[in-house]
Design a protein. Structure first.
Length: 316
């Protein structure tokens, strides 16, 4: 298939390039988040579509960390204290030197309890510190509101208001509303602090629309971690928020097309190489402390793969 036609197939109806904000192509992009970002599926979809649109890879370093919060809170029954992004943010900014930081937090920040002022304030303060630290390092901030918590697949595990305890193993049955409150607050932040792109609203609306005809439709088996369709929708929300074309409502079909791109597995491998290497090089503590002395070998391997990918991207 000719390269120009492939771009249209992968990205849907084309918009004029002038309508696109190429913020994520202007320098190094650090992506932070919890296990949804650690898994990397939405970052791979985002990277692949940006690469196909621009004919080159974005300089993305995604170091999401499972269990992480911005609030610093943790459930009593969590197997270990949840890591907090602020333990490693300074090192990440110093070592990665991003021009843009994309951050997606919230799912773990309410620790699966009902909303209260103290937990909301902890989230707000954590996000506020993230913004100020990134700006002090010269980086622009893009905040993604948290994906929704879906109670439908985990009804048997949920606890009602007034229970003695909650956690990721037994969430509050109204926890989706907690994340909606987090998202509403983030969407009030002024543009001078952060560019905010909403994931919670569009993903919630998509679930509701699909369930009109498919009552059991879900993005997730555990109510938390999206499947391939949900991860693609996350990437699509980011792209639409920056003016790129949407993949449309047929997420399963769109993911089949995108993952059939011959470059998709190579882009996935390139993203994983950098994510795993840089996450360890920045260092983190999650039950145990992990460090990596050097990143040069990882970047050498990733650069060789990048050159192969970009040569294919520019081949007519």
């Amino acid at each position: 298939m000719p390269h120009r036609l492939l771009i249209i197939v992968l990205l849907g109806l084309s918009l004029p390039l002038a309508a696109v904000d190429d913020l994520l192509m202007r320098g190094r992009v650090l992506i932070l988040g919890d296990s949804i970002t650690h898994a990397g599926g939405w970052v791979t979809c985002l990277t692949q579509q940006l690469a196909r649109h621009h004919g080159r890879l974005p300089d993305v370093v995604a170091i999401g960390l499972a269990s992480e919060t911005a609030s610093g809170l943790s459930e009593q029954d969590h197997p270990f204290p949840r890591p907090c992004v602020h333990e490693r943010l300074g090192r990440a900014l110093e070592r990665i030197k991003p021009q843009v930081v994309v951050a997606c937090y919230g799912m773990n920040d309410g620790i699966y309890w009902p909303l209260d002022d103290a937990r909301l304030q902890a989230f707000q303060q954590g996000i506020g510190k993230l913004i100020s630290d990134c700006q002090a390092a010269g980086a622009r901030v893009v905040l993604l509101t948290p994906p929704p918590f879906d109670p439908q697949p985990v009804r048997a595990k949920l606890r009602p208001a007034g229970a003695a305890d909650y956690g990721f193993k037994a969430p509050f049955d109204g926890y989706g509303g907690v994340l909606e409150a987090f998202a509403r607050w983030e969407l009030t932040l002024p543009a001078t602090q952060a560019r905010v792109i909403d994931l919670n609203g569009p993903m919630t609306a998509y679930l509701a629309k699909r369930r009109v005809s498919e009552p059991t439709f879900a993005f997730s088996g555990d109510g938390i971690h999206p499947n391939d369709q949900g991860l693609l929708l996350m990437a699509d929300c980011v792209l639409r928020g920056l003016g790129y074309p949407s993949v449309g409502d047929d997420l399963a079909g769109a993911f089949t097309t995108i993952s059939a791109d011959p470059l998709y597995p190579q882009i996935k491998r390139w993203r994983e190489q950098r994510s795993n290497g840089w996450r360890d090089h920045v260092g983190f503590t999650r039950e145990k402390t992990v460090t990596r002395a050097t990143i040069a070998d990882v970047e050498e391997q990733a650069d060789a793969l990048r050159q192969t990918i970009e040569a294919a991207l520019t081949t007519k």
